[in-house]
Design a protein around this ligand. Structure first.
Ligand code: AMP
Length: 401
């Protein structure tokens, strides 16, 4: 029988998240996380799905090579090691695929070179992704390894949505355009929304609101992305946990010229110390809601700014699409009923409404929260980026191997 297991690796600068799935039924066999790679306090946490047992080991893990070895050992303890004949492929999350990669791609030297060439536009993410890929390839050189790009789903955006209004020659020379991110999530959630409505993805137009610590919106027409809120980097668009999202670019000149800040300091400010955190000191929506309930005005204002931006994007994508559905997903979108309610409040004229009782129900599955018969469906659709990466990887290599 052909091998049916796919290992999904998401390699960050100091962490590796992993999941092993059996593609016969998309079930999880194991999940885990290696954190604080390169520090004395590294940790690997591994959960075997069959038993639900979680094992944790603390102690220094020097680099990604050591981290992947530790992952392989943990998997081997459950009889699911990297040498398992059941393993069909490894699927790697790669953040930036530029304009070149519009599909999942089997990794070879040319692909590695192209991912490397994109480092200037993804300096934080692509180097870590590459390290993970190279380490996994060294461990299993014979196994198909597939790159699944965060940007790929957005390569269908038309030029009028993808280009910034700056000098075209300079933009092209430096590959400056809107690439978008969270693509595997937007792809998965837009498809699952169509399924929830009992319709084919080609027949449905969806606004996907991926609201996690990072956040992005996308306009998906008939299964193809036509606009998204993140741009050259994940900094553009919605208010996020620690990122500012949209702002007048002149704020940056002002901070440098008048505020005396360096470019690195401004970069850190806008990516790590802005958004909800910059506005009120907390980036966790649970904590912000708790503070609002206690009458905290700063938390209230942060929430209101977050919601105002979200509404502006919903409105903008109404102008781009004939909208059939709006889908909320990721940590905030799936869990924070007050965010969903506030985001569509006052938009009844657009056919948008949320049923209070349905919105209050907690659950793991896709569900409608709009009243019966509403013109536009409002849904909560849990995202599953690992499953999407595994599905795309297996579709590419699994069935033939
Ligand atoms: P993600 O990046 O998708 O993992 O989302 C993480 C964010 O989801 C956290 O920073 C919280 O702001 C938010 N979140 C998670 N659980 C809840 C919850 N029960 N209620 C409100 N927000 C939540």
């Amino acid at each position: 029988m052909s091998p049916t297991h796919v290992l999904v690796l998401n390699s960050g600068s100091s962490s590796v998240k992993y999941q092993l799935l059996d593609m016969r039924d998309s079930s999880r066999l194991a999940t885990g996380l290696v954190e604080r790679i390169g520090e004395q306090t590294s940790r690997i946490k591994h959960t075997a799905a069959a038993t639900g047992d979680t094992r944790e080991q603390n102690g220094p893990i020097a680099d990604h090579q050591a981290a992947l070895k530790a992952v392989a050992e943990e998997l081997a303890r459950d009889g699911l090691g990297l040498d398992s004949p059941e393993l069909a492929a490894i699927g790697h999350r790669v953040v930036h695929g530029g304009m070149f990669f519009s599909e999942p791609t089997v990794i070879d030297d040319a692909v590695l070179t192209e991912i490397e060439r994109l480092i200037p536009v993804a300096p934080l993410h692509n180097p870590a992704n590459l390290t993970g890929i190279r380490t996994a390839m060294a461990l299993r050189p014979d196994l198909p390894q597939v790159a699944v790009f965060d940007t790929a789903f957005h390569t269908t955006m038309p030029e009028q949505a993808a280009r910034y209004a700056i000098d075209t020659k300079i933009a092209d020379r430096h590959r400056i355009r809107r690439y978008g991110f969270h693509g595997t999530s937007h792809a998965y959630v837009s498809r699952e929304t169509a399924r929830l409505l009992g319709r084919a993805p080609e027949d449905v137009n969806v606004i996907v609101l991926h609201l996690g610590n990072g956040a992005s919106a996308s306009a998906v027409r008939g299964g193809r992305c036509v606009d998204t809120s993140m741009g050259l980097t994940p900094l553009e668009g919605l208010v996020m946990g620690t990122r500012s999202g949209d702002l007048d670019p002149a704020v940056i000149f002002h901070l440098e010229r008048v505020g005396g800040m360096s470019m690195d300091e401004i970069d850190t400010l806008l990516n790590k110390r802005s958004g909800l955190f910059g506005l009120c000191g907390d980036n966790d929506m649970r904590e912000i809601q708790r503070r609002i309930d206690e009458g905290d005005a700063q938390a209230r204002l942060a929430f209101d700014i977050y919601i105002h931006r979200l509404k502006k994007y919903i409105g903008a994508y109404y102008a781009v699409l004939r909208v059939d559905a709006i889908a909320f997903t990721a940590g905030v979108g799936e869990n924070a009923a007050p965010v969903r309610e506030a985001a569509v409040a006052g938009l009844e004229g657009l056919g948008l409404a949320v049923d209070g009782d349905l919105n209050a129900v907690r659950g793991d599955g896709p569900r409608l929260i709009s009243p019966a018969g509403a013109r536009v469906a409002v849904a909560v659709v849990p995202t599953d980026e690992e499953l999407e990466i595994a599905t795309q990887t297996y579709a590419l290599v699994g069935k033939g191997s």
